[in-house]
Design a protein around this ligand. Structure first.
Ligand code: SF4
Ligand code: SF4
Length: 445
């Protein structure tokens, strides 16, 4: 429970508490019965053993602040910030505490009431409210990052120690710079026809970071859908789904992004909206909650949420075509938190892998423990992120797998860098890339 030395508890009503339309609801907050079943599911509790770094501890702080007994201090916010929003606690909780919703609402309160240091505020303004909101600006940042790498500026900055003297944590930002795809994936309005008889028509979310870092996985998704008789609309006008903003408490910008995507997807009149990134799918399935106060978009948001399908879920529901060619790989599958915990999808990706002849699938220990990626967490909470990344890489290592398969760009980036740090030869691939590879090996390609 709350450490009284760190979090002096006052009489109820002493501090302002939570307020406004996005405040955590009492109904959600008081569902917790303090049983502690969630503790050992929580990655930050597993790493620290501290109550305040557990779901129950963080909920205690939320209640303390909501009742005006606790101030929203830097320490209190720090405990909330260390939460990965992986939602493993939701799965473990017998009382149905909607922890993800509570933490999103709490973070929105933090952003409206708590003054973060200037550097952080600037980073958030630029990152969440300027770059992520504009696919064009995002691509410019991607191009600049490529140039920084390819021009040799990165190696000069590293060799000369320039990064160490620049303001802010430039060394960490430099280290966090992911590999970028040779060609970015564009939501350009193209329509890719179904191969053979058309079984469905779908809109595909391109997303934000994935378009820059894992464009080949998105292209593979389009090919796999087409090969399964699905017409794919990569509708123009779409952008980031808003997940990163929503998780960071930037709800208004997340809502703007959701509205833009809803309009874009609905132009295709799709049978489903397909998402190849677990984190995005989870947020889009919750668009109705995000826009429940919006009289114009509420119904459209409900409609798009009901159409949203994770790619693996969709392929299994559709009855995917089993590939004829085999892949001689040993593969372990990493459960992305927003697929396993938020969308409760664990069997569909495994079924897709198991449908590939020759592929041997092995389970890793702690597959459901977060890899430490969690959106921007690897930038904002580098130490815990690295610890969890190393834990994941060690668990992958015990399987002897040549490939670790995933369905989420954040996990793919995090596992790639953690495996590299450990000198591992295990490669990271999307499940759908493996399926695409098997299809492409069939006669006629
Ligand atoms: S969301 Fe994940 S990190 Fe946060 S409290 Fe729950 S289990 Fe722990
Ligand atoms: S498992 Fe649920 S009810 Fe029990 S302490 Fe955790 S959040 Fe509260």
């Amino acid at each position: 429970m709350a450490d009284p030395h760190q979090h002096p508890v006052a009489a109820p009503g002493t501090f302002p508490g939570f307020f406004g339309p996005d405040a955590p609801s009492d109904e959600d907050l008081y569902k917790c019965v303090h049983c502690g079943f969630c503790l050992n599911a929580c990655p930050t509790y597993l790493e620290t053993g501290l109550e305040m770094e557990s779901p129950r501890g963080r909920l205690t702080l939320m209640k303390g602040v909501a009742e005006g007994r606790l101030a929203m201090t830097e320490t209190v916010v720090g405990h909330w910030d260390l939460c990965l929003q992986c939602r493993a606690c939701e799965v473990a909780c017998p009382s149905g505490v909607p922890y993800g919703r509570l933490m999103e609402a709490t973070r929105a309160q933090v952003e409206s009431q708590f003054k973060r240091p200037f550097k952080e505020r600037l980073g958030r303004k630029v990152g969440y409210n300027s770059v992520l909101t504009s696919p064009t600006r995002l691509r410019w940042v991607g191009r600049a990052a490529k140039l920084y790498r390819k021009s040799g500026a990165q190696s000069v900055a590293r060799k000369t120690g320039l990064l160490g003297i620049l303001p802010g944590d430039s060394e960490h930002l430099d280290e966090s710079l992911p590999e970028l795809s040779d060609r970015f994936f564009l939501a350009d309005g193209r329509v890719v026809p179904a191969k053979g008889e058309r079984r469905a028509k779908v809109a595909l979310l391109a997303g934000c970071v994935m378009t820059l870092t894992h464009a080949p996985a998105l292209e593979a998704t389009v090919r796999v859908l087409s090969r399964n008789g699905v017409e794919v609309h990569v509708s123009a006008g779409q952008g980031c789904c808003g997940a990163l903003n929503a998780h960071a408490g930037e709800l208004e910008s997340a809502r703007k992004m959701a509205r833009r995507n809803i309009d874009s997807f609905l132009t295709a009149l799709p049978d489903a909206v397909i998402v190849a990134s677990a984190g995005c799918g989870s947020t889009m399935k919750e668009y109705a909650e995000l826009l429940h106060h919006d009289p114009v978009y509420r119904e459209k948001a409900e409609h798009v949420a009901s159409l949203t399908r994770d790619i693996h879920e969709f392929l299994v529901e559709l009855g995917m075509r089993k590939p004829q060619a085999s892949l001689d790989y040993t593969v372990t599958y990493q459960d992305a938190c927003h697929l396993a915990n938020a969308q409760r999808i664990t069997s569909a990706p495994r079924e897709v892998l198991d449908a590939i002849p020759g592929l041997k699938r092995v389970e890793m220990p702690e597959s459901a423990v977060c890899c430490g990626s969690a959106g921007t967490y690897s930038i904002t909470q580098k130490e815990m992120s690295r610890r969890l990344g190393d834990r994941k890489a060690a668990n992958i290592g015990t399987t002897g797998a040549q490939i670790v398969a995933t369905g989420n760009p954040g996990c793919a980036l995090q596992m790639t860098s953690a495996l590299k740090r450990q000198g591992s030869g295990t490669r990271v691939k999307y499940v759908v890339e493996l399926l695409d590879e098997a299809y492409s090996k069939e006669r006629g390609g």
